[in-house]
Design a protein around this ligand. Sequence first.
Ligand code: SF4
Ligand code: SF4
Length: 90
Amino acid sequence: MNNSLNCVGCGFCCTQVICRMGSMLYGHYTNPCPALARRNDRHVCTLYLSDPARYEGILAIGEGCCFPDNPLRRDITKEVLSHLGSRDKP
Ligand code: SF4
Ligand code: SF4
């Protein structure tokens, strides 16, 4: 994990390879992971949402991005930055 870079919910990590917990539940070669869903412009793990207390530590929720230099994350970051920039323009 990269604690210095937040998760922005791009979903790239979970579409590339299913995590250890996901593979135990759904199978090693399941792709995409059936727990991956989109909510309010973010990708989320519905397994985590089903029982946050149980899965937070196991899935390293809140511990930063595990795949920071990926194209989806870069695009979302650029879009957010440009939005913030345009908001400040007169
Ligand atoms: S690649 Fe990083 S930013 Fe994207 S969903 Fe995974 S942890 Fe979050
Ligand atoms: S179980 Fe959750 S964290 Fe693991 S691959 Fe599936 S969506 Fe991602």
